[in-house]
Design a protein around this ligand. Structure first.
Ligand code: SF4
Length: 72
């Protein structure tokens, strides 16, 4: 369900069970791959359209309001 606060409406999008997907492990593989990438010694920040609404930009090195977590 996707709530639309401005129009006070909701939209429901149907999704089949993962077990019926062409590759039933796609979500598990995506989570594992993301976790492995984030656990490395380097995690590259990339400027994308998502940065505009990012809720953690205050700690992102490429955002104007960001800074290193070791900065005081
Ligand atoms: S601002 Fe947010 S979305 Fe953009 S790179 Fe930084 S952490 Fe990622």
């Amino acid at each position: 369900m996707y709530p639309n606060i401005e129009n006070k409406s909701t939209k429901t999008v149907a999704q089949g069970p993962l077990g019926e997907a062409e590759n039933p492990d796609w979500a598990r593989n995506l989570v594992a791959d993301t976790a492995n990438r984030m656990a490395g010694s380097v995690f590259e920040a990339r400027n994308t359209s998502k940065c505009e609404t990012c809720s953690v930009k205050h700690c992102c090195p490429i955002a104007d309001e960001g800074r290193q977590v070791t900065d005081e």
